[in-house]
Write a protein that binds this ligand. Structure first.
Ligand code: LLP
Length: 394
């Protein structure tokens, strides 16, 4: 991802900053599109993973739909070129204004997560004299075997309708005259790396579809959510194995003629194409530990502090004499660490470190705690252009 020329350019800019490799993003988009198109699977990029407008434009230009979880995400999706009839809207806490916006903008589908929400959507749609397409987000009670904070498909998680709720809905569906319920939606968690979990999901979804059919509910759209994990330990492997992932669904799901399967990948699309570049401010010794203090903190990348996530970290400007370091940010919180006991070359003030795999849930989760300045964002082409400029002027 980083050659000498790029590192020289990083040395001249203010840090911390996000760096996005547009070439890698496009390669990843191409790979997932080709793999999904084999089975005619529909893709809705989960905007929450990275809502940088330039990235969104690249994704919409490649013909993807969008998965949104707020009214503002819907507005941004529309403004960055996503077609309304490829936008889906999920979330356990949609406000009335957000629902009205979704209806007025004629988005493809609202993924409803509770009986009360179904009543509210029906009521608001009737006020606008419209019929709204709905997918029932069903909680399948499956363990995604990922971090507990990003597990969403267990029965005690707040997400989705329980099977009891679905049964209630089926018995009373005549009461919801302004809803067209022809879809189901599942999303059981994020950063899922055990492929068996997806097979388990297919098994439950097949049962659900059978039960719905027995109750005369015709389901055309089956949205299997997102969740495919990426390799944080070896980001060099870069493009996730989309082929194996989609093959599982193709083989295990019992799809009937006319049914369409949808996915909402986020992390797997953008995760590897971003890196956080940070400068070493100080190297200090506390007892027997050597601690590198960098100029990025959990204000720029929350994942290590919130989920104990491990991102690969390298020193871009030194390569000799390896030793163990803890790497911490400047934020006044004890959890503000990017890693402990990390093997790095001897590191000194002014060195640049790259924190890999920060394209997903990095920039979007940033905060200004301690009144910190938002980090700058750069794209690979910005540096190519700069380099060309320098060459032209010399
Ligand atoms: N669909 C729904 C309904 C979701 O809630 C999510 C993610 C996705 C799709 C996309 O999932 P992905 O393909 O990116 O795994 N901040 C956490 C991740 C939170 C994921 C929230 N929902 C992290 O940094 O790991």
């Amino acid at each position: 991802m980083f050659n000498k020329q790029l590192i020289q350019q990083f040395l001249q800019i203010k840090t911390p900053c996000y760096y996005y490799d547009t070439g890698l993003l496009l390669k990843t988009l191409f790979a997932i599109k080709s793999a999904a198109s084999l089975y005619n699977f529909q893709l809705h990029y989960a905007i929450k993973a990275n809502a940088n407008s330039k990235i969104l434009k690249s994704i919409s230009e490649e013909g993807f739909g969008a998965d949104c979880v707020s009214g503002n995400e819907i507005i941004l999706a529309l403004n960055t070129g996503f077609h309304p009839n490829r936008i889906v809207f999920a979330g356990v806490g949609k406000t009335d204004d957000e629902i009205l916006l979704a209806i007025e903008k004629n988005i493809f589908c609202i993924n409803a997560e509770s009986l009360q929400e179904l009543e509210v959507i029906n009521h608001l749609a009737s006020g606008l004299n419209k019929k709204v397409r709905i997918a029932l987000r069903i909680n399948p009670d499956i363990d995604a075997h990922t971090h507990q904070h990003i597990t969403t498909g267990l029965h005690d998680n707040k997400f989705g309708l329980s099977w009891c709720d679905v049964e209630y809905f089926m018995q009373h569906k005549e009461d919801y005259q302004n809803l067209i319920v022809d879809g189901v939606h599942f999303h059981i968690g994020s950063q899922i790396t055990r492929m068996q979990v997806f097979s388990d999901l297919c098994y439950v979804v097949n049962q659900v579809l059978d039960d719905l059919a027995k109750n005369k509910m015709y389901i055309q759209h089956i949205n299997m959510g997102g969740g495919l994990g990426i390799n944080y330990a070896e980001p060099e492997s870069q493009i996730p194995d989309f082929q194996t992932y989609f093959d599982i669904f193709h083989q295990k799901m019992k799809i009937k003629t006319g049914q369409i399967v949808h996915f909402e990948p986020g992390r797997a699309i953008v995760g590897q194409s971003g890196a956080l570049i940070t400068r070493v401010l100080y190297v200090k010794e506390n007892g027997d530990r050597k601690t590198i203090i960098v100029d990025a903190g959990f204000t720029e990348l929350l994942r290590p502090a919130l989920y104990q996530a491990k991102h690969k970290i390298v020193n871009l400007t030194n390569e000799n004499n390896y030793m163990l370091y803890d790497i911490a940010g400047p934020v006044c919180e004890t959890s503000d660490y990017f890693g402990k006991s990390i093997l790095l070359p001897e590191t000194t003030r002014g060195d640049l470190l790259a924190i890999y795999s920060t394209g997903a849930y990095g920039e979007v989760m940033a905060s200004q705690y301690n009144l910190r300045q938002p980090a700058e964002k750069y794209f690979s082409e910005d540096f190519h252009e700069k380099h060309a400029e320098i060459l032209n002027n010399s």
